[in-house]
Design a protein around this ligand. Structure first.
Ligand code: HEM
Length: 406
C-alpha cells in the first residue's frame, strides 16, 4: 500500500523527484493520468482533467470539505490546527464567501494600480541589481528574487520599510500553508508566523483607520468600515494571503526562469537580442517550470474522470506542473520556446480561483528579466549543487549563484 507521501511510483518527497519531476509526470500522464493513491486521494496529471476540475463547481476548494483521508495527509484538513486560519482565506473558500472576498480584494487590486507600480518596480530591481553588481557575483535567490516581491508587496500593502525584514521572514514561514503534506515542525512555524503577522497587521490596520493612505490596506480598511462586507479577521487573513501567495511564487518564477534560460542558450541569446520578447518569455517560464506545482480540490458529489469514479469527499491533487507539459495540449512540451503560440498554461490555476496576483507577478518578472539581461551581459549560472526547496506544492531552488562581468 502506498503511504500518504507516495503516489503510486512517485515519492513526492524524494530529492530526485524534486530535482526533476518531469520524467515521473510523463510516465503517469501516459499510463495512469488519474491515479488513486491508497488514502482516498487521487493524482491528476493531464491538462484536460486539471483544466476541467478547476472550472467545475462540484469540486470544492474549501479545506473544511476534506475528509479524514485528506486530514491524514497533513495539517490542512478539517479539525486540524490550521483549519481556523485557512478557513478564512479566499483560496480555500467556495461561493458565495469566495465571491464576496475575492470581489473586495479585486476591487482594490486593480490592473491600473498594478501598472502604476511598474516604475517603482523598475527602481527596486535597479537598486537590488546595483548592490549585487558591485561584487561581480550574486545568489540570485537571496539577493534578488527573494527581496523583490517582499518589497513590492510591502509597498502595495503600505508596510513601512523598517519592518520589511520581519515581513519577509513571516512570508517564508507562512508559505507552508500551501503544502498538502505538512509536518508538525512546519505547521508550528506557520502558526507562529501567522500569530506574529496578525498582531503586526492589527496595529497597522488601527493606524490606517486613524489616517488612511493610498495603499491596498487602507482601501480594504475602508471596505471593512463601509458595511459588514469584510470582517476584521477576514481583512487580516486575506492580507496574509496576498503576502504568502505573492512571495515565494514570484521568487521561484525568477529562479526557475533563469535556470530554464541557462539550459536553452539559443533562447537566451534570442531574448538578449530582443527584450520585447520578455512578456512571452515569462509566460513560457510559467508553463515550462511552474512555480506552483499542484493544488487540491474535493469532490462535492461523485465525479467520473477518465474512466474512474472519484467519490464525494475524496480529494484530487491537480498536478499543474504536469498538465503544463502535456503533449496533447502543447507541441514539444519539454522544450522552452519563448514565443510559443497559444500558451494558455495552468500555472495560475483556472476558473474562479484564477490567481488574483497574476498581473503583478507577470509585471515583476518582466521587469526583472529585462533588467537582469540588459545589465548583466555576461551571466554565468553555476548549476553545481543545485538544491530544490523543501516543498511539494512550490517549486524552486534554495540558492542560484551567478557570476558576471559588467
Ligand atoms: C509566479 C507567481 C504566482 C503564481 C505561479 C501563482 C499561482 C497561483 C495559483 C495556481 C492559484 C490558484 C490556486 C487554486 O486554484 O487553488 C493562485 C491563487 C491566488 N494567488 Fe497567485 N500566484 C502567483 C503570484 C501571486 C501574487 C503576486 C499574488 C498577490 C500579490 C497572488 C495572489 C493570489 C491570490 C489572492 C489567490 C487566490 C485567488 C482566489 O482564491 O480567488 N499570487 N495563485
Amino acid at each position: 500500500m502506498a503511504s500518504a507521501q507516495t503516489a503510486g511510483s512517485i515519492d513526492l518527497f524524494a530529492p530526485e523527484f524534486r530535482a526533476d519531476p518531469y520524467p515521473a509526470y510523463r510516465t503517469l500522464r501516459a499510463h495512469t493520468p488519474v491515479l488513486s493513491v491508497a488514502d482516498g486521494t487521487w493524482l491528476l496529471t493531464s491538462y484536460a482533467h486539471c483544466h476541467s476540475v478547476l472550472r467545475d463547481p462540484l469540486w470544492s476548494a474549501d479545506v473544511r470539505n476534506r475528509g479524514q483521508h485528506a486530514t491524514r495527509l497533513g495539517a490542512r484538513g478539517r479539525g486540524t490546527p490550521l483549519e481556523g486560519l485557512l478557513g478564512q482565506l479566499m483560496v480555500f473558500r467556495d461561493p458565495p464567501d469566495h465571491t464576496r472576498l475575492r470581489g473586495l480584494v479585486q476591487k482594490v487590486f486593480t490592473p491600473r494600480r498594478i501598472e502604476e507600480l511598474r516604475p517603482r518596480v523598475e527602481c527596486i530591481v535597479d537598486e537590488l541589481l546595483s548592490a549585487a553588481v558591485r561584487g561581480g557575483r550574486m545568489d540570485v535567490m537571496a539577493e534578488f528574487a527573494f527581496p523583490l516581491p517582499v518589497v513590492v508587496i510591502a509597498e502595495l500593502l503600505g508596510v513601512p520599510p523598517a519592518d520589511r525584514e520581519r515581513f519577509g521572514g513571516w512570508a517564508a514561514d507562512l508559505a507552508y500553508v500551501f503544502e498538502p503534506l505538512l509536518d508538525r515542525r512546519r505547521w508550528v512555524r506557520a502558526i507562529r508566523a501567522g500569530r506574529a503577522f496578525r498582531a503586526y497587521l492589527l496595529e497597522l490596520v488601527d493606524q490606517r483607520r486613524a489616517s488612511p493612505g493610498e495603499d491596498v490596506l487602507s482601501a480594504l480598511v475602508e471596505a471593512e468600515l463601509e458595511g459588514d462586507q469584510l470582517s476584521e479577521d477576514e481583512l487580516i487573513t486575506n492580507c496574509a494571503l496576498i503576502l504568502i501567495a505573492g512571495h515565494e511564487t514570484t521568487m521561484n518564477l525568477i529562479g526557475n526562469g533563469l535556470l530554464a534560460l541557462d539550459r536553452h542558450p539559443s533562447e537566451l541569446s534570442r531574448l538578449r537580442e530582443d527584450l520585447s520578447l520578455a512578456p512571452q518569455a515569462v509566460e513560457e517560464f510559467l508553463r515550462y517550470d511552474s512555480p506552483v506545482q499542484l493544488t487540491l480540490r474535493t469532490a462535492l458529489e461523485d465525479r467520473h474522470i477518465g474512466g474512474s469514479v472519484i467519490e464525494r469527499g475524496q480529494t484530487v491533487l491537480l498536478m499543474l506542473g504536469a498538465a503544463n507539459r502535456d503533449p496533447k495540449r502543447f507541441d514539444d512540451p519539454d522544450s522552452l520556446i519563448l514565443d510559443r503560440p497559444d500558451n494558455r498554461h495552468l500555472a495560475f490555476g483556472g476558473g474562479p480561483h484564477y490567481c488574483l496576483g497574476n498581473a503583478l507577478a507577470r509585471m515583476e518578472a518582466e521587469v526583472a528579466f529585462a533588467a537582469l539581461l540588459a545589465r548583466l551581459p555576461s551571466l554565468n549560472v553555476d548549476e553545481t549543487e543545485l538544491v530544490y526547496r523543501d516543498s511539494v506544492a512550490l517549486r524552486g531552488v534554495q540558492q542560484l549563484h551567478v557570476t558576471f562581468r559588467v
